[in-house]
Design a protein around this ligand. Structure first.
Ligand SMILES: [Zn+2]
Length: 330
């Protein structure tokens, strides 16, 4: 239940044991970037351009840092392009644009969300940075939005793929059915998920669980011809056949959870992680925001084999690489 990291503990935080001395510099750089705006800007510029800054407007590398009167950097850390004469900063065209939240707080939020399995809430970011709740929420949603489009991920899952669905907010109870089936489905959003064994996960909010919704979901995320493992829900049969998968099921209602290597335990493990995150850290999540938390949980799961520093680096790269095409990311 305690994913809460006190700011001081965080600053003292040691590199996990398995990380070698030279493994990721980011683990040493991050604490500084969270405390000092100059360091934060330098840190993010390095992640975005890797010592070769280029103009986001015309892609030209002929750029220079603007300076202030005292010879330091210009107060908004701007650069200017010699070709198109336009100004830009590390924020331009990234999730950091359209906000005045200091970049050191962004660095802290990235680090906090990537170094804890269950994530951080906006409330925790508010307490630790001194930002308003509204700003903290904006920042966390932008981070989740960046995580949703992860360039390191393969387009589709293959090999042995487990699929399952769950309801966030508890499984429907017998008493809920009294209100009519439509009712509990509206209150408890369904999440469908596929996990490649030893690989990554994809998860989406579905308006309802049937073959009409599971079909497009599976087609989008699973390579045809994969080994698909599900429970006995009949809604999987049609889509599994259409995708020409080798479809095998475990019959949960007969108490069967594993038969040889047929099981859906991996995908259920992801769901339990997701639920611990939602109930333990965020307590409650509105259906309109659920997809953001799925993006975050999936990102953490897909980068579970690397250390905290590398995971943070991956998230920041996703954030600076993801161009804003409209003002308010959904
Ligand atoms: Zn330019």
């Amino acid at each position: 239940m305690h994913s809460f990291i006190k700011y001081n503990d965080f600053m003292e935080r040691k590199t996990p044991g398995k990380v070698g001395e030279n493994k990721s510099d980011i683990v040493r750089e991050v604490p500084l970037a969270c405390a000092d705006e100059d360091a934060a800007v330098a840190f993010l510029e390095k992640r975005r351009w890797d010592d070769a800054p280029s103009c986001p407007h015309c892609d030209n590398a002929n750029v220079y840092q603007m300076t202030s009167r005292d010879g330091g950097r210009e107060k908004h850390y701007r650069w200017r392009c010699r070709e198109c004469k336009r100004q830009f900063s590390v924020r331009t065209g990234t999730v950091f644009e359209d906000s005045r939240i200091p970049l050191r707080h962004w660095c802290f939020a990235f680090w906090a969300s990537c170094s804890s399995k269950k994530g951080v809430s906006a409330k925790q970011i508010q307490r630790q940075t001194g930002l308003s709740y509204k700003s903290a929420l904006f920042l966390m949603h932008r981070i989740r939005w960046a995580m949703a489009d992860d360039p390191t991920q393969p387009p589709k899952l293959s090999g042995t793929v487990e699929a399952d669905e769950t309801y966030i907010g508890g499984k429907p109870r017998a008493s809920d059915r009294g209100d009519g089936r439509k009712n509990w489905r509206q209150r408890k959003p369904a999440v469908a998920s596929v996990v490649e064994r030893g690989g990554s996960v994809r998860a989406e909010v579905l308006p309802t669980v049937n073959s009409k919704t599971l079909g497009p979901f599976l087609t989008k995320h699973v390579e045809p011809g994969s080994n698909l493992m599900t429970d006995e829900l009949p809604a999987y049969n049609g889509p599994a056949f259409m995708l020409r998968t080798n479809h095998q099921t475990v019959v949960h209602h007969l108490g069967e959870y594993v038969r040889g290597d047929v099981t859906t335990n991996t995908v259920e493990g992801f769901f339990s992680l997701l639920k611990r995150k939602i109930y333990g850290t965020h307590h409650a999540v509105s259906p309109t925001h659920l997809h953001r938390y799925l993006a975050e949980a999936s990102f953490i799961y897909n980068h579970r084999h690397v250390d905290d520093g590398e995971r943070t680096e991956n998230a920041i790269k996703a954030a600076v690489g993801r161009r804003l095409t409209y003002r308010q990311p959904a």
